[in-house]
Structure formats: C-alpha cells, structure tokens
Design a protein around this ligand. Structure first.
Ligand code: ZN
Length: 150
C-alpha cells in the first residue's frame, strides 16, 4: 500500500490526467469511411457519445469519438481511443473487461498495466452515479465490435 502522501500525489496526478484529456481530447471527430458508428446516451448526466470504428481484419485500425458530455465521459472516451487503436480485438476485449472491473471497484484491475492512462479513472468506482459516464464510450465500442463480428 502506498503511503497517504503518495496516494494523495497519485490522486492529484490522475485528476490532472482526466482534465487534460477533457480539455484536449485525443482522436475526437468523425472518421471517414468508418465501418461502425455507435451512439450511446447517458440521460442521467446528459452525456452523448458516438464512437466511430474502422477495422482491418481482427484489428481496430482507427477509432474516433464525437459528442459531448461531462469530463469523466469525455476523458474516458479519449483514453479509450488511445488504448485500443491499432490493437487486435482479443487484446481490446481484455482491456475493456479490466476497465469495467476497475470502475466497478476491483482494485487488482485498477493496477493492471494494460489499462495505461485509463487507470486514472479508477476513482470513479467510489461514485456510482459516475460509473455510467466512464463506461459509455467503452459500451459503444463493445457494440461496434459485436456488430463487426456478425
Ligand atoms: Zn457524465
């Protein structure tokens, strides 16, 4: 267990990472010739996100998101695009599952290096009302991957 001082430092760093992705979202915009576009809404918070995905065989070759919402939903979508772009679907499925476990409160998942910067969203598990915000883009991604497989 990290010391309380260290935990506070990590918390501040994670907060800064979330705000950075919110203010300067990565891979935001439409994607020309996207194979799948999935729109998801979170009426509780007013978030609305569209995830656009292109595939190359069993790999996500490109992914972008558009829409608007709270800092958690936007930062989560931005981090998600960075994490899954260029990766095989099997690896993405592992990352998506671990991310979901993390925001549901699984501490081991929150330490999984495969989650990269998205670990900054682990604290969301303490705020049940925000879990949906964090999962919105990931749920859209899952729907896009399922549609691609059919
Ligand atoms: Zn939200």
């Amino acid at each position: 267990m990290p010391s309380p001082e260290r935990s506070a430092q990590i918390g501040a760093l994670y907060q800064e990472m979330i705000l950075d992705h919110y203010r300067r979202p990565r891979n935001k915009g439409d994607l020309a010739n996207a194979e799948q576009t999935v729109v998801m809404k979170n009426p509780l918070c007013g978030d609305e996100i569209a995830v656009h995905v292109s595939f190359d065989g069993d790999t996500i070759s490109d992914v972008r998101f558009s829409g608007r919402g709270c800092s958690i939903s936007q930062a989560s979508a931005s981090m998600m695009t960075q994490l899954v772009k260029g990766k095989p679907l099997s690896e993405i499925e592992h990352i998506r599952t671990r991310f979901r476990e993390m925001v549901m409160g699984d501490q081991a998942a929150g330490e999984d290096a495969s989650l990269g910067s998205a670990r900054a969203l682990g604290g969301v598990s303490q705020f049940p009302a925000r879990v949906k915000c964090a999962l919105l883009a990931w749920n859209a991604l899952q729907t896009a991957m399922t549609a691609h497989a059919e």
